[in-house]
Design a protein around this ligand. Structure first.
Ligand SMILES: NC(=O)C[C@H](N)C(=O)O
Length: 332
């Protein structure tokens, strides 16, 4: 149909493609069982909102997502969006790491065309499975002019969130995806997007990160802050070759007496240290709970640890200068 937008659905697995033993199995099911053609066939309404084509890029539960998967996915998305006959892309994905893939693509896809990531909290075989309505909304959104230029979007549960800011907030309920405090971008209603705000940080067409010629990303790991803290994991990561460390600190990224000397030693070895917070909301202030200027550390601003890891990996593909990297954390 020439009047409808052309939307490609790239399937990667997850619960949206999962199957359980019975209709009431909503935990203990198997993710990534159903193929993309079956996902499309299950929602005949898709044909009314777009000309859809499917491609199975991976078939995994998203806890198994790796840097290699991201590089492949980003390259494929860029390749497809460069085609004049592709208007938008939907990626079906497990929900556990949706927020990471969304931010990675937000920084590495260089097109204003819509990219929408979608998943489900209930497997396809469950009563009131959320996959079909989520897929319908995602395809409508990816085919909409209103979604152009807004960066990579995550759409589930009738809500549209920005790839940079969205996070999974509940282990199992359908309304798990939120942008706490900063807020969602809009709603899906009646198959149409309704936007009320848009991201102000740079993304997609304005991003400086280019992974088109990369086969791997620098190793960046996350160490966690907690009472009775120690530096054992940190030292192991550094010994294993980490080029960057995200410190998921308590509070405003405070450094314990046990962890701080380890981070200082790692920095002396050339490892870039980013202070982030396990709290989940708020600004991680530079020179707040630690003197970043003196320590030569970077502050994560509002990025949670798993998103800070992504930005640091991409930053390290360009520079190891901590001032330049700090600037990126205030830009993206
Ligand atoms: N709801 C889900 O999709 C969870 C699943 N473990 C996944 O991320 O693949």
């Amino acid at each position: 149909d020439e009047k409808l937008p052309n939307v490609m659905i790239l399937a990667t697995g997850g619960t949206i493609a999962g199957t359980g033993a019975t209709s009431t199995t909503t935990v203990g099911y198997t993710a990534a069982k159903i193929g993309v053609e079956q996902l499309i066939e299950a929602v005949p309404e898709l044909k009314k909102v777009a000309n859809v084509k499917g491609e199975q890029v991976f078939q995994i539960a998203s806890e198994n997502m790796t840097n290699d998967h991201w590089l492949k996915l980003s390259k494929r998305v860029n390749e497809l969006l460069a085609k004049p006959d592709v208007d938008g892309i939907v990626i079906t994905h497990g929900t556990d790491t949706i927020e990471e893939t969304a931010y990675f693509l937000d920084l590495t896809v260089h097109s204003a065309k819509p990219v929408v990531i979608v998943g489900a909290m209930r497997p396809a075989t469950a009563i009131s499975a959320d996959g079909p309505i989520n897929l319908y909304n995602a395809v409508s959104l990816a085919g909409s002019k209103d979604a152009v230029g807004k960066g990579v979007l995550v759409a589930l549960n009738d809500q549209i969130n920005a790839g940079r800011d969205v996070t999974k907030t509940n282990t199992s309920t359908a309304d798990t995806f939120r942008t706490p405090e900063l807020g969602m971008l809009g709603y899906m209603q009646g198959g149409l997007p309704h936007f009320y705000r848009q991201p102000v940080r740079k993304h997609t067409t304005e991003s400086e990160f280019d992974v088109s010629k990369l086969d791997s990303l620098p190793q960046v790991d996350i160490v966690y802050g907690y009472a009775n803290n120690n530096r054992i994991a940190l030292d192991a990561f550094v010994k294993a070759g980490a080029k960057g460390i995200i410190h998921a600190g308590v509070g405003d990224g405070s450094l314990s007496n046990a962890m701080k000397p380890g981070l200082i030693d790692a920095r002396k070895d050339g490892v870039v240290i980013v202070r982030s917070s396990r709290v989940g909301n708020g600004i991680l202030a530079r020179n707040g709970e630690a003197n970043d200027d003196e320590l030569d550390f970077v502050a994560s601003d509002t990025l949670n640890p798993q998103k800070a890891r992504i930005l640091l990996m991409l930053a390290l593909t360009k520079t190891s200068d901590t001032k330049a990297i700090q600037k990126m954390f205030y830009t993206y």
